[in-house]
Design a protein around this ligand. Structure first.
Ligand SMILES: *Cc1c(COP(=O)(O)O)cnc(C)c1O
Length: 365
């Protein structure tokens, strides 16, 4: 970007010249790197996923010339079954980032303010800008414990989006608090982004039948080890799903390719693997928290596959840099309120032990 001149930029749409895009966590190619910075799952996806991809591959000469199912019906059926909802309640997209973009377009582009917390998924301000509603978003501060203040969400608004468990804080909100927000806002859409819900929080999918203003968004990227596949989904009542389909079919009719459909279906069909794997991540998280607390870290209570931690005796930015020099990358946000915290993805027990040993022996000794 930096080497584009203002003169060359004259070809760009004026609006695009002003955009401030999302910056994904880096994917560096360093040997022996321990990557704890983008909340990927440390375990491989279900072996059934690999088999499903190989089955498509075996027929690729026949099928790849053909478009995939624009509705990805087989995938919607697998998700509906796993989530215990009807197919009409399911929308799928190319990663939940795309589903969220369609959600913003479908429900939030309007005159009334959109509400979300000051510390939340950093893609929301990007979408607000992209869809021309940033001046209409109202950013509501989390309290001093980084918790959502439910009463703040009882003011006039045109829509609400909450990450639950929140990112990067890892703190989960209970379903009764979410119900309070839903009941206080019968005329606006409340979106719950549940990218991390499978690591110990309660899913609001159970509330979809009861609330006509609820959209729940999830992804296969974290709890199903499929970040490389790009499949996300939303669950809501059919009148909200219909708006998402209108947006999707005005943008890209075939967002999910044949490999992705087959692989994601296989993942949803292997519930046993999914549960066992998430339980391992949760158990590793609890062990890592104990080790870090022993070293003096303050760790927020996590229901996600990452933790948000600070060390009162050491600058978090420096700590991130020193870890990087030892081949371990974690996520550091140089932003107000959270610039003394590190977001650390939960690895395998072995990986977490390497983090602990590096901190103990090489950095904090
Ligand atoms: C990772 C993440 C997403 C995006 O997930 P993809 O399906 O990989 O696009 C959405 N929301 C939150 C809060 C996330 O952390």
């Amino acid at each position: 970007m930096s080497n584009i001149t203002t003169e060359q930029m004259r070809f760009w749409s004026p609006e695009v010249r002003e955009l401030d895009p999302y910056v994904p966590g880096e994917q560096p190619k360093i040997q022996n790197l321990l990557k704890l910075n983008t909340n990927e799952n440390p375990y491989p996806p279900s072996p059934k996923v690999v088999n499903a991809v190989q089955a498509v591959l075996a027929h690729s000469a026949d099928v790849l010339r053909l478009y995939p199912d624009p509705d990805a019906l087989e995938l919607k059926q697998a998700i509906a079954k796993q989530q215990n909802v009807a197919v009409e309640n399911v929308f799928v997209g190319n990663g939940s980032d795309e589903v969220l973009a369609h959600i913003f377009k479908a429900f939030f582009v309007q005159d009334k303010p959109i509400l979300y917390p000051d510390i939340t998924y950093s893609f929301y301000p990007v979408y607000s800008q992209f869809f021309g509603i940033s001046t209409k978003t109202k950013i509501l501060p989390l309290n001093e414990n980084f918790e959502i203040v439910v009463d703040d969400y009882k003011q006039p608004n045109g829509g609400i989006i909450i990450t639950n468990p929140n990112a990067p804080t890892s703190i989960a909100l209970g379903l009764s608090a979410i119900e309070e927000v839903l009941q206080a806002n019968p005329n606006s859409v409340v979106v719950i982004d549940e990218a991390y819900v499978d690591f110990g929080a309660e899913s609001a999918v159970a509330l979809v039948e009861k609330y006509e203003n609820l959209v729940v968004c999830q992804t296969t990227s974290k709890s199903r080890s499929l970040a490389g596949l790009r499949v996300g989904f939303a669950v809501a009542q059919p009148h909200l799903i219909a708006a998402l389909e209108v947006v999707k079919n005005s943008f890209n009719s075939y967002p999910i390719d044949r490999f992705a459909i087959a692989a994601a279906v296989a993942s949803f069909d292997d519930q046993g693997y999914f549960e066992a794997q998430n339980n391992k991540v949760i158990a590793s998280r609890e062990k890592l928290v104990i080790h870090l607390e022993e070293m003096g870290f303050k760790v927020l209570p996590s229901k996600a596959n990452f933790i948000f931690a600070s060390l009162p005796t050491k600058d978090a930015g420096e700590l991130a840099t020193e870890l990087r020099e030892k081949g371990i990358i974690v996520r550091y946000f140089n932003k107000p309120r959270i610039n003394q915290y590190l977001r650390i993805t939960i690895g395998t027990d072995e990986q977490n032990q390497r983090l602990v040993n590096t901190l103990k022996n090489d950095i904090l000794n």
